[in-house]
Design a protein around this ligand. Structure first.
Ligand code: CTP
Length: 409
């Protein structure tokens, strides 16, 4: 049986820039058109040296655009309209200059203004000589683009136009097509109609009626995940401690403060939940004897005796039912992977999400985060540094795929 392409009826802009690999783009246009996509080619002046607009126009069944103005009568190619029209934009080939322009927001031709106006996913297929590809400035531009969520379709190794051999060849049109095909493939939504218990924020352990021991957690990451779970159609039980913002709408809210309170609430909710995501920063110890009255500064030193808190995640995970999923978080400052894997195993989890305090773009109170997820089948995936809402989206999409594979229904 013939499978319907995921690119069918998708509106795709192919941005062609100057580079020998441009001669392969007619093949990409053909593939996409054959699978029912609507294709608009936008090319730079330099690209015309390598491929003719006429070829691209015939194959795409649309004029291939390169100028802002269509004629001298004031008709123009509206870059904003084009940018908003597309379901995806693929820049192929993209040379070092194009990558640099994209990374720095330069806007000196129609294609660059389309890219800057676009709200859809952006794919880039670099093609250049091996030393240009390896140059720190190119790598830094690629990194910048990746951090903004641009999908880089890595160049491959082989003979290059310069006669040298190495990494820098544009991926083949079939691979570019597959990249788009995969992107449009509907993601498995494991979380649809699931009941998910998620914890967020820090706990506070009382010292006396006015003081407590706390931590720097703000709840931002946990709230971003809770919000995204709601978007995915889950019923969300959000248990949160000390936070700096209002919890997202669409969840059932449960406010707790100490680790013991959080544990009691989680124990009450977990039996009816399918998934537990423990993103809260739970204090490891509480004060043995909480003073009933405010402690006066009468002595020169003060010793507080601390008693270990129960490990909420471990206790719930150790007693989970066979169909319940438990996911933990780990925040480490050294030997990150080792400690995260140790917690994955000791706490009997399906997955653990490692936050690294070593990355300046990750951690408490930041708007961005980078995480690596380790799963109990030995697999792992990294979510590069980006806005916490984007990290949450990508994290749940990846978990969704992994969990669907583990629990096929
Ligand atoms: N956790 C928990 N109960 C605790 C401590 C931690 O449920 N008393 C959970 C956290 O919410 C997180 C995971 O366990 O999902 C790992 O927390 P972390 O603070 O990184 O590790 P700990 O187990 O506390 O170990 P350590 O502080 O020694 O690194």
């Amino acid at each position: 049986m013939l499978r319907k392409s995921h690119c069918k009826n998708k509106k795709i802009i192919i941005g062609v820039t100057g580079g020998i690999a441009a001669y392969k783009i007619p093949q990409l246009v053909r593939l996409l058109k054959k699978e029912g996509a609507e294709v608009q080619v936008v090319l730079t002046e330099a690209a015309k040296t390598f491929v003719t607009p006429e070829t691209l126009a015939v194959l795409s069944e649309k004029p291939a655009l390169s100028q802002f103005f269509k004629s001298n009568q004031g008709e123009w190619n509206n870059h904003v309209h084009l940018g908003l029209w597309a379901d995806a934009i693929i820049i192929a080939p993209a040379g070092a200059n194009t990558l640099a322009k994209m990374a720095h927001g330069l806007c000196d031709n129609l294609l660059m203004s389309v890219i800057l106006s676009a709200r859809c996913p952006l794919f880039v297929a670099p093609a250049m000589d091996l030393d240009m590809w390896l140059h720190p400035s190119t790598q830094s531009n690629v990194n910048t683009l990746q951090q903004r969520g641009v999908h880089i379709i890595e160049p491959t190794e082989g003979e290059l136009a310069s006669g040298l051999s190495g990494k820098g060849r544009m991926a083949e049109p079939e691979d570019l097509f597959q990249g788009l095909e995969q992107h449009f493939q509907p993601t498995e939504n494991f979380f649809l109609n699931k009941r998910v218990l998620i914890t967020a924020g820090g706990t506070q352990e009382a010292i006396d009626p006015v003081r407590f021991i706390g931590n720097h957690s703000t709840g931002k990451m946990g709230f971003a995940i809770a919000e995204q779970l709601v978007n995915l159609g889950a019923t969300v039980e959000l248990v949160y401690g000390s936070v700096t913002q209002t919890p997202p709408i669409g969840c059932h809210h449960h406010h707790t403060l100490s680790a013991i309170e959080m544990k009691t609430k989680c124990e009450e909710l977990f039996p009816t939940c399918d998934v537990l995501i423990m993103a809260a920063a739970v204090a490891d110890y509480h004060i043995k004897d909480v003073a009933q009255e405010k402690i006066k500064k009468s002595s020169d030193s003060l010793t507080l005796e601390l008693v270990k808190n129960p490990d909420i995640l471990k206790e719930l995970s150790d007693h989970k039912k066979p169909n319940q999923i438990t996911i933990g978080f780990a925040l480490e400052t050294n030997n990150e992977e080792f400690h995260a894997l140790e917690k994955l195993q000791k706490k009997n989890l399906h997955c653990i999400v490692l936050n690294s305090l070593q990355n300046p773009q990750a951690g408490f109170a930041k708007d961005t985060n980078e995480v690596t997820v380790f799963c109990n089948d030995g697999s792992s995936f990294n979510i590069p540094a980006q806005e916490k809402s984007k990290v949450a989206e990508s994290l749940l999409n990846n978990l969704s795929k992994w969990l669907t594979k583990q629990n096929p229904s």
